[in-house]
Design a protein around this ligand. Structure first.
Ligand code: AMP
Length: 649
């Protein structure tokens, strides 16, 4: 591939101009399902009206659904870029997620239905979770872990990992989960940045049937960190004395050995509403990892509301999120949101296509799953295996499939609508948010039509806008920067150890929060997210979002996955280079590449046609399934790609 050395185009478009062209094609809408709309948990228009009438009263009403030890004095103190919610209030997250159910008729309701990668199954009632959380909270207390201390959790998606998160929250310690697929260096960076005193890990994790040891990575990471006082090792399979796990020093403990069976009560530490509940490091698809900090009161208020209002979780539902606790989805919508509601959460360790592409649907049928949350990349993977697989199973109870994390291309949306929720006459809904904002911000609800290719509308309480680089609104149907004009309780409060990086989110567009995405809004208030501003393609003066071109490629029958980047071009500013993974049965060749170019020319116009198309066996993705265009670009330009610690391979 030929590249030249002309300067990179400016990152933020010139003032006043429509910063991004929208080449979006409108797909046919998916009409409201009457039966779902009738049982919707909120009435969208009414909730929006309430919020716009008095935003503080709106969130105060949501917060009042939680149990507080002391009421707040002020709903919101906003001094941009800082915002504090429910100021003066005190609460404990686990009282809300566990105790209040244990002291109700939900006491023996299943909280977690866990399935291991190897097929092992366990059920945890709210009462069992209460006892195990408290036992481990007492362990941490005995090790002198207290309010504000940081605990790193490096464990696979097993109940003990969730128990550890809850145990930290019980005593006011701040947990920071590091995805168990990350390596030594990523782990060490996070332990160091968080200043963690304790690391809790498992002996190993499974990955596609392989046993991957985790303890050696911890040993290596903490070797010369004197700040780490304790390492607690949860043995999944290995027994004391096994060759598999070595205890090397006095600071290491066995998870079971240090628990006292009878210590099933641990008084909850009531913390300030603004006390950090957790730090979650994200490097996502750009830059160095940042420790995103979420605050107890506002976070819990937001995720509890959204678990009901967006995910539609009801008392009798079985809800399954295919994410991992290493990501924000896992924090908000495996653990805190659903448990706060008193829901039954299905939790499964392992890839959604391992040991076979049937596994997800076999489990859905067997457990009678009603609601599911997954990623577009998973939908495209199921799509590539064909519709026969889900059609073999009874999915008649699966009424809602929510997707987030990346653009859900219309083909995948319509395929899932027909083949995954079709049996139940259900709905597939998109939703947009980020690690920095811990729950859906834009999304589709069952009370209004879904528009494939568009995420949906702002959730109640959200003031979103599409603006130019001066913060001025851009007319509908033109692309620009996606901003929020008002903070949300479930928005981060800080970047750990890095106030400047936090301020950047509020600085670029004065008075607004901007986290780097570009979007377009239609005249009915539906938003389509066009991609990251850093990835926007700048071709001959046209600024084109990656989602438009990638979505167009995915409309071609030969393409299973796609990614596009812009590389400098002396004449056009940039030219587009596309990377595609082909579907089974299609072969790479000049004919195919010409056909792909013709397809885009016809679909989006000549301006969006790539100058080169490369066929790949796989695309670089984060372990949460997002395409890392930056890695492709660095490779094409022979540059350093920066931190790639979250890359899958
Ligand atoms: P993360 O913080 O790693 O979850 O990444 C958040 C980013 O993922 C957002 O800023 C978007 O760029 C992208 N994203 C998340 N959800 C969607 C969605 N529904 N459609 C398009 N992009 C999305």
């Amino acid at each position: 591939m030929s590249v030249d050395d002309s300067p990179r185009p400016p990152e933020v478009p010139s003032p006043g101009a429509a910063p991004v062209d929208s080449l979006h094609n409108t797909e046919s809408a998916i009409p409201v399902r009457g039966w779902l709309a009738r049982q919707a948990t909120i009435q969208y228009e009414a909730e929006r009206a309430l919020a716009s009438e008095d935003l503080r009263a709106f969130w105060a009403e949501k917060a009042a659904e939680l149990q507080w030890a002391r009421p707040w004095a002020e709903v919101l103190a906003f001094d941009p870029p800082h915002h504090a919610w429910f100021v003066g209030g005190r609460l404990n997250a686990t009282v809300n997620c566990i105790d209040r159910h244990v002291y109700s008729d939900r006491r023996n309701k299943a909280a977690l239905l866990w399935v291991g990668e190897n097929g092992e199954e366990l059920a945890y009632t709210y009462n069992r979770l209460y006892r195990e959380m408290n036992r481990f909270a007492n362990v941490l207390k005995r090790l002198n872990v207290g309010v504000g201390d940081r605990v790193i959790i490096y464990m696979p998606l097993i109940p003990e990992a969730i128990i550890t998160m809850l145990a930290c929250a019980r005593i006011g310690a701040i947990h920071s989960v590091v995805y168990a697929g990350m390596g030594t260096q990523a782990l060490k960076t996070r332990i160091t940045d968080a200043g963690a005193r304790v690391v809790v890990c498992s002996d190993f994790t499974f990955r596609r049937g392989k046993k991957i040891p985790l303890k050696p990575a911890v040993d290596e990471a903490v070797r010369d960190l004197t700040t780490v006082d304790h390492v607690i090792v949860h043995r999944r399979g290995s027994r004391p004395g096994d060759a598999e796990v070595h205890f090397e020093s006095e600071r290491e403990h066995d998870w079971y050995d240090i628990q006292q069976p009878r210590e099933i009560h641990c008084p909850p530490e009531m913390v300030d509403a603004e006390h950090p509940l957790f730090i979650l490091y994200t490097s996502g698809t750009t830059g160095q990892p940042k420790g995103v900090v979420h605050a107890t009161g506002g976070y819990l208020t937001g995720v509890t509301y959204l678990a009901r209002a967006f995910f539609q979780i009801g008392e009798r539902d079985i809800y399954w999120s295919t994410s991992d606790i290493g990501w924000i989805v896992g924090h908000s919508f495996i653990v805190y949101g659903p448990l706060s509601l008193g829901a039954t959460v299905m939790v499964r360790e392992g890839a959604p296509d391992y040991p076979s592409p049937d596994v997800t649907w076999e489990l859905c049928e067997r457990f009678g799953v009603n609601l599911m949350f997954t990623a577009p990349t998973a939908v495209r993977m199921w799509m590539s295996h064909g519709r026969e697989i889900p059609s073999r199973y009874d999915l008649g109870r699966l009424r809602l499939l929510a997707c987030a994390g990346e653009p859900l291309n219309p083909e995948a949306h319509l395929w899932a609508q027909k083949n995954l929720v079709g049996q139940a006459n259900g709905l597939v809904v998109d939703n947009w948010w980020q690690t920095e904002i811990a729950g859906p911000v834009l999304g589709t609800l069952p009370t209004f039509e879904a528009r494939p290719g568009k995420v949906g509308r702002p959730m109640p309480g959200v003031e979103a806008a599409v603006v130019d680089s001066l913060g001025q609104s851009i007319p509908d149907n033109q692309g620009g920067l996606l901003v929020l004009r008002h903070p949300l309780p479930y928005m981060m409060r800080a970047i750990w150890n890095d106030p400047d990086r936090y301020e950047e989110y509020w600085k670029k567009i004065p008075g607004c929060y901007w986290a780097g995405d570009v979007a377009v809004r239609d005249t009915d208030g539906y938003y389509a997210v066009l991609g990251r501003a850093d990835d926007v393609l700048n071709v001959a003066g046209h600024r084109i979002g990656t989602a438009d071109v990638e979505g167009s490629l995915l409309r071609h029958p030969a393409v299973a996955e796609s990614a596009v980047i812009g590389i400098p071009d002396r004449i056009k500013g940039e030219t587009i280079v596309a990377f595609v993974v082909l579907r089974a049965g299609f072969e790479s060749g000049l004919g195919l590449k010409a056909s792909l170019k013709d397809h885009i020319r016809e679909d989006l116009g000549a301006i969006a046609t790539p100058s080169a198309i490369e066929v790949r066996a796989a695309l670089p993705k984060t372990r949460s399934g997002k395409i890392v265009r930056r890695a492709l670009k660095a490779e094409a330009l022979g540059q350093d790609p920066g931190d790639l610690s979250t890359l899958a391979d």
